[in-house]
Design a protein around this ligand. Structure first.
Ligand SMILES: *[C@@H]1O[C@H](CO)[C@@H](O)[C@H](O)[C@H]1NC(C)=O
Ligand SMILES: *[C@@H]1O[C@H](CO)[C@@H](O)[C@H](O)[C@H]1NC(C)=O
Ligand SMILES: *[C@@H]1O[C@H](CO)[C@@H](O)[C@H](O)[C@H]1NC(C)=O
Ligand SMILES: *[C@@H]1O[C@H](CO)[C@@H](O)[C@H](O)[C@H]1NC(C)=O
Ligand SMILES: *[C@@H]1O[C@H](CO)[C@@H](O)[C@H](O)[C@H]1NC(C)=O
Ligand SMILES: *[C@@H]1O[C@H](CO)[C@@H](O)[C@H](O)[C@H]1NC(C)=O
Ligand SMILES: *[C@@H]1O[C@H](CO)[C@@H](O)[C@H](O)[C@H]1NC(C)=O
Length: 474
């Protein structure tokens, strides 16, 4: 396949079929086969034949050198490897083929904490890219968006993995400028992968993103595992993971501290999202631990105009979050949120356990259609334990467009020392409850459900994908 060196004005080759892996230190002996010290062991849908180290592209882990250019070069450069620690074993004949990767070591080859130094604090190092078609504009401001720190589009078979290596987005620079309203365009994300399939992002620590942390969009067959995401509470719009118009995806074993939502499921904004019409569906979220005092553990919306369907979330633990799963929509959004299944949530210190909003507002421009009403139905929660809760549920649908088919079973909610007087406030919603306390609102009457609210038993295709254990020999 084609390869062209990057040019200064366009450091990211958008059509390149590449994949990235940020790998940390090798643990010896993971495989039965002999593994020598400079080999790398990792898991992937497809194993790679070739590799190159970030340091070969000019990156430095000294915390001073800007690595923005090196990251970009690395996504589009061919080289051979001469890692200091493994200098005698040079990677020859490395070329871009359908499976490629890019990885980095600690400069000493002996530590997990290889940090790719600094991303540039010079805005001119961030080219502008087009707004997403399903948003019609950047999320922070009209017009284009600064390219994400790690960015890929139109790829097949992407691996970004790191044995818990760290990428620090150094977002404070962007947060300050955003708060001071000095930015003319939308902030970069830490990792954005667009129009891609077979995407795997795993075992990385992601710190201080300028805005959303991981943004897979218009993609399918996406596996996200073992991410530690940490953005300061209070940092603006630092959602942890934003599955956006993606299908067949799972998020497992992640620990997220967020200034916004830990996970925000999306599919485009008002008339733009309706026109593109790409839903997020068949999404699994399991074994998530979340801290998000300013927002939801899992938000559905508010940009949901392409539709959200078949979310299965289970084994969720949250400490100090504003709400559990929150549905956010408004007239103008269109689209749908349906077939949502949540079970086994354990929540400590919550403002709301259940929260649904039908008047979120926030439109891209004046061109939205106020008659485009979202369809919200078949929303199931079961086996919920919550402690130190201010209000059990604030559920409001839309007038003449109620949120229907809500089912909540086996929810034990213990209140904080200063709870709200009204524990369930329900308007424009309908459904049932079973074994829920404190006593729910009249719009969700008690019904005896022998086996609780639904949770599907079929296995989704993304859970059938087998990862191979791979070794890169040096
Ligand atoms: C990527 O794929 C999308 C959807 O197929 C297409 O519209 C776009 O032109 C492609 N972009 C590049 C850079 O190839
Ligand atoms: C992530 O790390 C865990 C624990 O070390 C390991 O079992 C797993 O295989 C890794 N996942 C991938 C995709 O490399
Ligand atoms: C990136 O590639 C360009 C050539 O396109 C080169 O001039 C530049 O030095 C490289 N930057 C780094 C950091 O390696
Ligand atoms: C990954 O690193 C973070 C600190 O950066 C640490 O809190 C976390 O426990 C580590 N995870 C694993 C699986 O080693
Ligand atoms: C935003 O635009 C204004 C007016 O053109 C300009 O003065 C300012 O430098 C721009 N800000 C950034 C961060 O590019
Ligand atoms: C309970 O929640 C309140 C906020 O409503 C918080 O201030 C307090 O620290 C929490 N208590 C515990 C034991 O976490
Ligand atoms: C209940 O919800 C309605 C509709 O969102 C709102 O207007 C009202 O203030 C709420 N009442 C309480 C007690 O929270």
């Amino acid at each position: 396949m084609g390869f062209s060196p990057v040019s200064k004005t366009s450091p990211v080759n958008l059509s390149l079929n590449y994949s990235i892996a940020v790998l940390g230190f090798l643990i010896l002996g993971l495989l039965g086969a002999p593994v020598v010290e400079c080999d790398i062991v990792y898991q992937a849908i497809n194993c790679r034949k070739h590799s190159a180290a970030l340091t070969d592209f000019g990156a430095k882990g000294d915390g001073v050198t800007s690595n923005t250019a090196a990251f970009r070069n690395a996504t589009a450069w061919i080289g051979w490897r001469s890692h200091p620690h493994c200098a005698s074993r040079k990677m020859a004949h490395w070329q871009f083929q359908s499976h490629q990767q890019f990885h980095s070591f600690s400069p000493e080859g002996s530590s997990y904490s290889w940090i790719p130094g600094n991303f540039a604090e010079d805005i001119s190092e961030y080219p502008l890219i087009e707004p997403l078609k399903s948003y019609g504009r950047g999320r922070d401001a009209p017009g284009g968006r600064y390219i994400s720190l790690v960015f890929g589009t139109n790829l097949t078979d992407v691996v970004i993995t790191g044995e818990n290596g760290t990428i620090d987005g150094q977002g404070a620079f962007w947060w300050d400028k955003f708060r001071a309203k000095e930015l003319n365009f939308t902030r970069p994300y830490l990792i954005e992968i667009m129009y891609s399939n077979q995407v795997q992002i795993s075992n990385l620590t992601l710190l201080n993103s300028p805005s959303w942390v991981v943004h897979p969009v218009y993609s399918s067959d996406v596996i996200i595992q073992g991410l530690t995401i940490n953005s300061p509470v209070g940092s603006p719009n630092t959602d942890g993971i934003d599955p956006d118009s993606c299908t067949n995806m799972k998020i497992e074993d992640c620990f997220i501290v967020s200034g916004d939502d830990c996970i925000a499921v999306k599919s485009g904004w008002d008339e733009y999202g309706i026109a593109v019409g790409m839903p997020t569906n068949h999404l699994i979220i399991r074994r998530l631990t979340c801290i998000s005092p300013d927002s939801a553990v899992i938000a559905l919306g508010s940009e949901m105009s392409g539709g959200i369907q078949d979310l299965r979330a289970e084994d969720i633990t949250a400490i100090n979050s504003e709400s559990g799963v929150r549905i956010k929509s408004a007239p103008g959004r269109g689209g749908y949120v349906k077939d949502i299944y949540v079970r086994r949530m354990t929540l400590y210190t919550m403002k709301y356990v259940f929260w649904m909003t039908g008047a979120y507002g926030d439109h891209p421009d004046e061109g939205y259609d106020p008659k485009a009403l979202p369809e919200v139905k078949n929303i199931n929660f079961r086996d919920i334990n919550a402690e130190n809760v201010t209000m059990a549920a604030d559920l409001s649908g839309i007038k003449d467009d109620p949120y229907t088919g809500i089912c909540i079973s086996d929810a034990v909610i213990n209140l904080s020392p200063k709870p709200k007087k009204v524990q369930w406030n329900c308007t424009d919603v309908s459904g049932i409850t079973s074994n829920v306390g404190p006593p729910p609102c009249d719009l969700l009457p008690e019904k005896v459900l022998e086996s609780g609210c639904d949770f599907p038993t079929d296995v989704l295709p993304i859970d059938k994908v087998q990862l191979q254990t791979c070794k890169l020999a040096f």
